[in-house]
Structures are given as structure tokens and as C-alpha cells.
Design a protein around this ligand. Structure first.
Ligand code: GLN
Length: 198
């Protein structure tokens, strides 16, 4: 029901159906929140924010069907609670999915193309730029068969870039990343997300 009161620690869930949810939990704890792995929709009621991790979006879709997560996740978002989607999580949050087209929550007005980075190489690490509060810093980014953002809607802010591509985008309380911020030593994306829950 409630937002954390000043001084209280936020409780952030990590959707634990498939993929690399454990690494996100560790990062959140390092960034100063409580965390729980979310396996059932009822758990969403207890959370101040949620991370949908990377993995395989087609598998996640099947498991979200099986455990009936679609409507509870939409309700969670309508309540204004922040959601961070990384890689496959971004694909699930996007309004439009290409290569191929598939169903999604449609909570952020971007079009994403699946498996658009690293076709030759499964994964790669690169240095990009993270721009928060008008200040740019370098950020290590790991891409694993990652989706590329092709279109940003008018209400969407670009917060990080790899070469000329936006790889971290925000619309209101929804944040999405093409890369895996949970796999590097840097906490800035998780810290930024925790600030969104305050
Ligand atoms: N290629 C995966 C997909 O399309 C995403 C990969 C990832 O999350 N690391 O769902």
C-alpha cells in the first residue's frame, strides 16, 4: 500500500521467474534497499519498486502467463510504483517489440529490436556515458544478446548512451536498460532507480 516514510528502507522486488535475478538483489542491497525475489503476484503488494531482470523474454512471457503476472504488473505500474527492466526486462516493458513482434506490457513508449547487439559476439563490454542531473560520467556496460532502442516516444528521456544509441531510458516511473547494470562493479543505475522510489 505505502511509500516508504523518510528514513525507512525501500523494499524492492526482483522478478524471479527466470534469468539473472540474484545479481540484481545483491546490487540493491549494496545500494541500500531491502530486497525480495518475487515468484507470486501477491508479493507485489508489499513492494516499493520492482526490477524485471534479463533472461529470455519469450520464456519470461510464458512464465508470466502461467503465474498470471500481466494484470498485477499493470496495476503495480498504474499505482505509480517504479519498475526497472534490464535487457529482456526492457523488452517486456516496451510499447513495441521487433525481431519478431511479441506481446509486452507497453509501459514505456519505446520500440526495441531484440538481439540487435552482439549478433557476431554473444556478449561484449563497452564504455558508455550515463547522464544524470545534467552531469555525464563514464559507465561500463555489459551487453548480452541485447535489445536496441529504435524509437523514443516524446515523453521518454535518454539517460545513457553507447556510441550514438540510447541504452538507458526513462518515462515517469519506468526505467529501462539495454545492458546489464547488475553485472559490473558500478552501482549508479541501481542508486538512480532507488531514488525513483523515494
Ligand atoms: N536476447 C534476449 C531476448 O530477446 C535478451 C537477452 C538478455 O536479457 N540478456 O529476450
Amino acid at each position: 500500500c505505502c511509500r516508504p516514510e523518510a528514513g525507512n528502507i525501500a523494499m524492492i522486488g526482483v522478478l524471479g521467474l527466470q534469468g539473472d535475478f540474484e545479481a540484481h538483489g545483491k546490487k540493491l542491497e549494496q545500494a541500500g534497499s531491502d530486497t525480495q525475489i518475487v515468484k507470486k503476484p501477491e508479493q507485489l503488494d508489499l513492494l516499493d519498486g520492482l526490477i524485471i531482470p534479463g533472461g529470455e523474454s519469450t520464456t519470461l512471457i510464458k512464465l508470466m502467463d502461467l503465474y498470471e503476472f500481466w494484470e498485477p504488473l499493470r496495476t503495480f505500474a498504474v499505482q505509480g510504483k517504479p519498475i526497472l527492466g534490464t535487457c529482456a526486462g526492457m523488452i517486456l516493458l516496451a510499447r513495441e517489440v521487433l525481431n519478431p513482434s511479441q506481446k509486452s506490457l507497453g509501459l514505456i513508449d519505446v520500440a526495441v529490436e531484440r538481439n540487435s547487439y552482439g549478433r557476431q559476439r554473444e556478449s561484449f563490454e563497452a564504455t558508455g556515458r550515463f547522464i544524470a542531473k545534467g552531469h555525464a560520467t563514464e559507465l561500463e556496460m555489459i551487453f548480452i544478446r541485447a535489445p536496441r532502442i529504435h524509437r523514443l516516444g516524446t515523453g521518454v528521456d535518454a539517460l545513457a548512451f553507447y556510441e550514438d544509441d540510447c541504452v538507458l531510458a526513462r518515462q515517469g516511473h519506468i526505467l529501462v536498460a539495454s545492458f546489464h547494470p547488475e553485472l559490473t562493479g558500478n552501482l549508479s543505475v541501481h542508486r538512480y532507480f532507488l531514488d525513483m522510489t523515494l
